[in-house]
Write a protein that binds this ligand. Structure first.
Ligand SMILES: Nc1ncnc2c1ncn2[C@@H]1O[C@H](COP(=O)(O)OP(=O)(O)O)[C@@H](O)[C@H]1O
Ligand SMILES: [Mg+2]
Length: 308
């Protein structure tokens, strides 16, 4: 698949001297959902803002749809929709007028049917004549999404879309995002919720302290990281594993008092039943057992810590 966004050697140093992005190289594939995961202050909003041409890079190049986002700003920006992290809330305009106006700003001809379609998709149609400032927070966020979609962008950025959002909006948003992707759009979302990345993304990029720490297909990441452990506290400590157990991913721990079995939590076949049967046959008794999972949360924390 070809890249729709190409970022090379991107650096951002704010006027304060703060280095917010360091040598970022990143390719976003056309038609994918890419989740940019990172703790607060990692540089997610800065990265998105530079791609959208809102923040000037200090070095490096970015192209969107082949257009340089600095020197060909208009052409690049026309194919981008941005739902910013902060929602602006002070408009006296109605929902429908705001979305239609936003479309016009991008030089697109009026298209009431299209505006109606996105308002309906976002459950905003009933509120189309309401003034934005009178809407609830969740409704305002829906308007921000409608505005971002108003000019039919090929690329949609969602900056922390579900931070503080209710369950309904979250569900609608994911449905909409999937629908957009089916129509060929590329979606980049930032989040510090791991579950969100897990649920939605095709690929995940982890950013920490302005640096991209990892970029990987979600499935591969989950496979790698979705390991579980079963720990058996043995009645009688073992000095070594009997040969009959060679076929299992086992390790002795705590001076032979514990047997640790690692298995893939993603797989249908964990092998635990066979293991317990073998242990029974070998006369290896255990007094207790426990399982633990390296959660994505943990993995993420480790990644971020290792990259310090
Ligand atoms: N205009 C600015 N001037 C100076 N520092 C900034 C500015 N905007 C953001 N920063 C700093 O850059 C870092 C990254 O911020 P941001 O991109 O908003 O992170 P994230 O979106 O991942 O939470 C933070 O430490 C933030 O304080
Ligand atoms: Mg942010």
């Amino acid at each position: 698949m070809s890249s729709i966004i190409s970022i090379q050697q991107l650096n951002k140093v704010y006027d304060s001297g703060f280095v917010a992005l360091k040598d970022v190289n990143l390719e976003i594939k056309k038609g994918e959902i890419f989740a940019l995961l990172g703790p607060n202050g990692a540089g997610k909003t800065t990265l998105i803002s530079t791609i959208c041409g809102i923040v000037n890079p200090s070095g490096g190049t970015i192209t969107a749809g082949g257009h340089n986002v600095v020197t060909q700003y208009r052409a690049a920006r026309n194919i981008i929709g941005l739902v910013p992290q902060e929602i602006s809330t002070d408009s006296f305009e109605t929902v429908e007028a705001t979305v239609a106006f936003s479309r016009g700003l991008f030089g697109k001809p009026a298209n009431p049917q299209y505006v109606e379609k996105i308002l309906r998709q976002l459950s905003l149609w009933e509120k189309r004549n309401s003034k934005i400032m009178a809407l609830s927070g969740g409704m305002k966020r829906r308007v921000m999404i409608a505005k971002a979609l108003s000019h039919e962008p090929d690329i949609l950025f969602l900056d922390e879309p579900t931070a503080g959002v209710d369950v309904d909006l979250r569900r609608d948003m994911w449905e909409m995002v999937r629908g957009l992707r089916e129509n060929g759009a590329t979606i980049i979302l930032t989040t510090h919720y791991i579950e969100e990345a897990e649920e939605m993304a095709d690929r995940i990029g982890v950013i920490n302290k302005g640096q991209i720490v990892l970029v990987e297909e979600k499935d591969a990441l989950m496979q790698k990281l979705g390991k579980r452990e079963l720990t058996l506290q043995l009645q009688t400590p073992l000095t070594e594993l009997p040969a009959e157990l060679n076929g299992f991913a086992l390790e002795l721990a705590k001076d032979g008092h514990e047997l640790v079995y690692r298995f893939d939590s993603q797989s249908e076949h964990t092998g635990i039943a066979e293991l317990l049967k073998q242990l029974g046959q070998q006369g290896i008794d255990f007094k207790d057992l426990s399982t633990s999972q390296s959660s994505l949360e943990e993995i993420f924390v480790n990644l971020v810590r290792d990259s310090k």
